[in-house]
Design a protein around this ligand. Structure first.
Ligand SMILES: [Ca+2]
Ligand SMILES: [Ca+2]
Length: 366
């Protein structure tokens, strides 16, 4: 009998212990009928930080097995962070199944009083403040200035800033990420040709680093001369140099001179020995007059003598003569004033005519 009583006490003790750790009956005095009575479980809702919950913080009783939805609303300046205890995650709504006593804690955190500004660089340059991560109080207006290094230029801002001004103002109303975008400072050189000839570099479009000096050389086609450079350069010399401090266009303008030709060489003079009556005939075969001032006629085979034309314009269809050592006004009055024969009777020489820039215009042998 004593053994039976001891067993009953142990059972009762376990039963009481179970009631404490799980749920309770509605009427605790009716211990005999507790298995058939409705059971209730407690839900303890706690708050850390500042915010409200629904149901409100505190301890609530629910029927065992019931599913309870708990929602949170942060106080202004605070943000819901997470659930702990018998709930998890960071959703502002969670569901607790009341299959035993439950306890949940809603954590709120204060909204940060500072925002991050992250400054980075793409390309080669610097910024002020330097690239990096900075904290600024909410609402701060941060001035950021970009400076390119030599050979580069600032292009524009990217990310949470825009525009191509060197200085931008960033208002810190949230975390921001800005990128200073630099690109190589290149300028475009466009080389064009008018007429017949070539240039070096060849006609076309080229990219050069900022402030590089570029030399372009023109070579006229046969029968053409370089009349001059146009566009962002000028002059008449065969080479021109330009500094690439902006986009540039240069044109080599060639002019046709092939219509003025050496048409005849009277090489076997009648005057004994000195053959002063030898002459070279030059004709303008074109339709327009040609200024031949400064042009040069030379015995190309021997390298001399040479004759430089004074100021003279040869009309279309006109023929002039350059005598070895005679003056004939009806042929222009031109003479080498040379005391000996120029044009070899037995071994033919070659006469060459150059324009005033040294471009070959015509050549003839006999
Ligand atoms: Ca000769
Ligand atoms: Ca001769």
């Amino acid at each position: 009998m004593k053994r039976i009583c001891l067993a009953a006490v142990i059972t009762l003790t376990l039963l009481v212990f179970c009631q404490c750790t799980s749920c309770s009956s509605q009427d605790k005095e009716e211990e005999v009928h507790e298995l058939s009575s409705p059971e209730f479980c407690s839900l303890s809702i706690n708050v850390e930080g500042q915010g409200v919950t629904r149901p409100a913080p505190g301890t609530h009783e629910y029927s065992k097995g019931e599913e309870i939805t708990v929602t949170v609303t942060p106080t202004a300046g605070w943000k819901f962070s997470r659930w702990e205890g018998d709930a998890s995650g960071n959703s502002t709504t969670t569901t607790v199944t009341m299959d035993s006593d439950r306890s949940v804690t809603a954590y709120f955190r204060q909204v940060p009083v500072a925002f991050n500004l992250n400054i980075t660089i793409d390309g080669q340059g610097t910024t002020e403040p330097s690239p990096g991560m900075y904290d600024y109080e909410i609402g701060t207006e941060v001035e950021v200035t970009a400076s390119p290094v030599q050979g580069w230029e600032f292009a524009h801002w990217q990310g949470d800033a825009a525009g191509n001004s060197l200085t931008t103002i960033v208002t810190m109303d949230k975390d921001k990420d800005i990128i200073a975008y630099f690109e190589p400072a290149m300028y475009t050189l466009r080389i064009e040709i008018d007429g017949e000839g070539t240039t070096s570099p060849a006609s076309g479009t080229y990219e050069y680093d900022k402030n590089v000096e570029v030399t372009v050389t023109a070579s006229p086609a046969t029968g053409w001369v370089l009349e001059g450079w146009e566009g962002d350069v000028s002059g008449t010399s065969s080479s021109v140099t330009t500094t690439m401090n902006s986009d540039k266009t240069i044109t080599a303008r060639f002019r046709q001179v092939g219509n003025v030709r050496i048409t005849y060489i009277f090489y076997d003079g009648l005057v004994p020995s000195v053959e002063s009556d030898e002459y070279v005939e030059i004709t303008n075969l074109g339709d327009s007059a040609q200024d031949i001032s400064g042009w040069v006629l030379i015995d190309g085979s021997d390298g001399e003598p040479s004759f430089t034309f004074p100021a003279y314009v040869i009309e279309p269809g006109e023929t002039i003569r350059v005598y070895t050592n005679e003056i004939h006004a009806e042929w222009g009055g031109f003479s080498f004033n040379y005391g000996r024969a120029i044009w070899d009777n037995s071994s033919p020489d070659t006469a060459i005519l150059y324009d005033s820039s040294g471009n070959e215009v015509s050549r003839k042998s006999y």
